[in-house]
Design a protein around this ligand. Sequence first.
Ligand SMILES: C[S@@+](CC[C@H](N)C(=O)[O-])C[C@H]1O[C@@H](n2cnc3c(N)ncnc32)[C@H](O)[C@@H]1O
Length: 189
Amino acid sequence: MDVEYADGRVTPLAADRWLRPIEGDESLLARCDGPTLDVGSGPGRLTVALARRGVPVLGIDVTPLAVRLTRQAGGLALCRSVFDPLPRTGEWSEALLADGNIGIGGDPVALLRRLRELVRAGGVVIAELGPPGSTSRVERVRLRRNEHVAGWFAWATVSADDVGTLARRCGFPAVYHWNEAGRWFAALS
Ligand SMILES: C[S@@+](CC[C@H](N)C(=O)[O-])C[C@H]1O[C@@H](n2cnc3c(N)ncnc32)[C@H](O)[C@@H]1O
């Protein structure tokens, strides 16, 4: 599978890497100890890993195959957008935006404001970011496999340099950064 950008660039999307643990995952998982919403959970590697640790966790994803794979692997998942009505609204302790999922919807302000509604007061959003020095941007992309091409959608990338300002606009005054295995993260609370 490839990602095609509106400006004509095409990059491979190694989606099968989401089927197995990725170096750096442990630093996300270790921060989730209360009810956790895994937003854009894909085939569920993080949802399932948390469930195995006894953490109450729900994966949500708009792709039916992803939800099916998560359930087959023993995780709890709903085929729902993060912007749809969701259980435990205002009660989640943690919400995960792993694998660049702060890009969902192409509007990080709308997404973080939605997560402000979903997590409890004092709850934490854990987001994976672009490295310092990268550019935050919104792009139109579509997925293609050989001659099969899906529709265009908007996807955002947020640099670690910009997440503090963004988080404060969305009701998360505290931002803690870390990096692990070449991946960059922030916990917003
Ligand atoms: C980069 S992949 C995430 C992979 C995943 N975190 C994992 O561990 O496998 C992005 C995922 O977000 C999902 N997604 C896109 N828009 C969404 C939305 N509005 N609500 C929930 N999930 C969404 C996609 O279907 C896709 O599975």
